[in-house]
Design a protein around this ligand. Structure first.
Ligand code: NAD
Ligand code: IPM
Ligand code: MN
Length: 344
């Protein structure tokens, strides 16, 4: 069997962390007798520099043909203020590939509780399901000198198609789903809540509860262990997933899978950005990218066994104390990657 993966390293630490993920994927596939074909393409700031377009047609065509896409990160101060932004490349690829479901798991591994900045994070194991192709990110936008606006629109179908997989994930775990909204203020949130209630009828084995996003931000640091699966709209999910990742120890640990219709290629990327403050130093934590590669094996290649193998190796390397700077250690990207490779 051959796996066909497109790699989009992007900007800043993007190429540093995707390189580590590629090395781990190559090693795992070799061990399993799988042929892994990887091709590299442009996205983000580097794509603007070379083609004027943050998502060149050629890149999109390659992604549409692949079994999965591994992305590093896009953006950086160099392109801030320009009329074309690197981030537009990322938004366009999510939209073009129809990646409406973004799965962002966050865990605190046993023995690694000390990495969390809060004292009651032991055993944390949650999954944030973020809507990824709707809401304020994709609504009508107006940008004037004195007035600007971004419209948040959701259709019931857009809510249904992301809430349903969240129920499926909850059903396969502890049967607990929390839908996060701002229904006390926003009409789009009231539609979200009503729709989630309607979908719940198809999942009698799952208990659905609702939380307002401001309170949820608080709960995530006061008693994160009360939660299992969260589902929420695009921007709330963006913010809460950075917060949850920080609670687990570092944003450098957090992985994600962005999925669309069954049988179409998914996008696998760490949730962090291009980290301009540490780019080029070889010190980025590649764990989020490596764990995203594991998610590719799980969802894009149906190889749960190989995904678990990578996850166990990452967990073991961290437990052995091979920690990058973001986790309070002094290992560099190469050292943690080698420690993970040794444990496969
Ligand atoms: P960021 O996630 O890049 O960095 C926030 C902080 O976390 C920084 O101090 C950084 O050094 C640290 N950090 C992030 N990833 C790390 C890692 N793997 N290892 C160690 N430390 C890590 O967020 P930002 O600084 O707000 O954004 C920088 C740029 O990245 C912006 O242009 C933004 O638009 C872009 N961005 C891109 C993506 C993406 O491509 N998916 C995601 C978020 C932000
Ligand atoms: C993320 C990022 C992106 C988002 C940006 C870079 C467009 O923050 O993947 O979380 O807001 O979705
Ligand atoms: Mn984000």
């Amino acid at each position: 069997m051959t796996l066909n993966l497109v790699v989009l390293p992007g900007d800043g630490i993007g190429p540093e962390v995707t390189k580590a993920a590629e090395d781990v994927l190559s090693a795992v596939c070799k061990g399993a007798g799988l042929e892994l074909k990887m091709s590299h393409h442009l996205i983000g700031g580097i794509a603007i520099d070379e083609t004027g377009n943050p998502l060149p047609e050629e890149t999109l065509a390659a992604c549409a043909d692949a079994q999965g896409v591994l992305l590093g990160a896009v953006g950086g101060p160099k392109w801030d203020g320009g009329s074309v932004r690197p981030e537009q490349g990322l938004l366009r690829i999510r939209e073009a590939l129809g990646l409406f479901t973004n799965i962002r798991p966050v865990r605190v591994f046993e023995g690694l509780e000390h990495l969390s900045p809060i004292k009651n994070a032991a055993g944390l194991d949650i999954v944030i399901v973020r809507e990824l192709t709707g809401g304020i990110y994709f609504g009508e936008r107006q940008e004037g000198d004195e007035v600007a606006s971004d419209l948040c629109t959701y259709s019931a179908e857009e809510v249904r198609r992301v809430v349903a997989p969240a129920f499926e994930i909850a059903k396969a775990r502890n049967g607990k789903l929390t839908s996060v909204d701002k229904a006390n203020v926003l009409a789009s949130s009231r539609l979200w809540r009503r729709t989630a209630e309607a979908v719940a009828k198809d999942y009698p084995e799952v208990t659905l509860s609702h939380a307002l996003v401001d309170a949820m931000a608080m709960h995530l640091v006061t008693h994160p262990n009360d939660f299992d699966v969260l589902v929420t709209e695009n921007m709330f999910g963006d913010i809460l997933s950075d917060e949850a990742a920080a609670v687990s120890g570092s944003i450098g640990l957090a992985a994600s899978a962005s999925l669309g219709a069954p049988g179409t290629p998914g996008l696998y990327e760490p949730i962090h950005g291009s980290a301009p403050d540490i780019a080029g130093q070889g010190v980025a934590n590649p764990s989020g990218a490596i764990l995203s590669a594991a998610m590719f094996l799980r969802f894009g290649a149906a190889r749960e066994d190989l995904a678990s193998q990578i996850e166990a190796a990452v967990e073991s390397a961290l437990k052995a104390g091979v920690l990058t700077r973001d986790l309070g250690g002094d290992a560099n990207t190469e050292e943690i990657t080698s420690a993970i490779l040794e444990r496969l």
